[in-house]
Each structure stands twice: as C-alpha cells, then as structure tokens.
Ligand binder design. Structure first.
Ligand code: ADP
Length: 151
C-alpha cells in the first residue's frame, strides 16, 4: 500500500523551512499532499491562497510525488478523503511541541488510522517563521532569502 502523507498548514507564506520538511518527507513517504487549510483561528490570509498554490507548484514542478491542494474542513477528515494515513509536521521548538502535541491527540481521536509524524527542523531553517515574514513583507523588507520561489 502506498504511503501517502498530508502536510497541512496555513503556509502564509510557504517558506524554505516548509520546503525542507517536504523534501525530507519524500524519503519516508511515496506521496506528499501539501494541504493549505483555511485555519478557523486565522481566516484572514495575507498572501492569497491561489498565489500560494501556484508558488508551491512552481517550487516542486520536478517532483511528481508532491501535490498541492486547499481544504476548508477538519484536517483528519480531509486526510481520510485523500487516502493519507500520515500527517507530516515540522517541529522548531518547545512552543511548536506544545501546540503539535494537542492537535495530534485530537486528530488521533477523530481518525484513529491517522499517524502524526514530526520532523525536527534543520538548524539553518529553525528561525524561519511565516508571521515574521508577513511583517517584514508588509513594510517592504526583502524576504526573498527565506522563500523557495520569487514572489
Ligand atoms: P499552522 O497554521 O498549521 O501552524 P504553518 O503554515 O505555520 O501552519 O506550519 C505548517 C507546519 O510547518 C507546522 O508543523 C509548523 O510547525 C511547520 N513549520 C513552520 N515553519 C517551519 C520551519 N521554519 N521549519 C520547519 N517546520 C516549520
């Protein structure tokens, strides 16, 4: 059976840190679906979702095992619909751990077949943070070194 992983997130924007998790995930899974969710807590995006879909597709245009989708429902339900038995997530620090621990428990409760798999961030990407990139971009700072594509 194919090992399909869903990599869910807001990706507002998708960063080099995210790219690193996806590329390393390719060594563990047959297929990875990057799933851009409308997170209930942050409904207002900074970067339009259509723009992010096309930028992520451009980033992985030579990787047929990676696809990009958007969803507006529970992650656990969307994973089931897509035949994904794994949720891929990245861990930068203890703050990420606290948050990820809670959502992994809930996701397991909602879909018992779903296993969350965490990759520790590569040190060179550990400080990359989407919300800081949004702030810098808002005030016309250069964020190009933090993104795997040109805006
Ligand atoms: P969410 O809104 O679900 O937290 P994000 O787009 O912020 O979504 O992040 C998606 C996933 O990528 C999360 O598991 C997050 O911890 C991870 N992540 C975010 N930034 C980095 C980074 N710089 N390096 C590795 N993983 C990261």
């Amino acid at each position: 059976m194919k090992k399909i992983a869903l990599f869910p997130g807001s990706f507002d924007p998708f960063t080099k840190g995210h790219e690193d998790i996806v590329l390393r995930g390719l060594q563990l899974f047959d297929e990875i679906i990057i799933a851009i969710g409308y997170n209930s807590g942050k409904t207002q995006r900074y970067f339009p979702i259509e723009l992010m879909v096309s930028k992520i597709q451009e980033t992985f245009k030579n990787q047929p095992r990676i696809t990009v989708q958007t969803y507006a429902e529970l992650t656990a339900g969307f994973a089931k619909k897509k035949g994904a038995n794994y949720l891929l997530r990245g861990l930068r620090n203890t703050t990420d751990f606290e948050y990820e621990n809670s959502i992994a428990q809930v996701n397991k409760h909602l879909n018992t077949e779903l296993e969350s798999v965490f990759l520790i961030t590569s040190p060179q990407f550990a400080s990359i943070n989407s919300s800081i990139i949004r702030e810098v971009h808002r005030y016309h700072g250069d964020v190009s070194a933090l993104l795997p594509y040109r805006l």
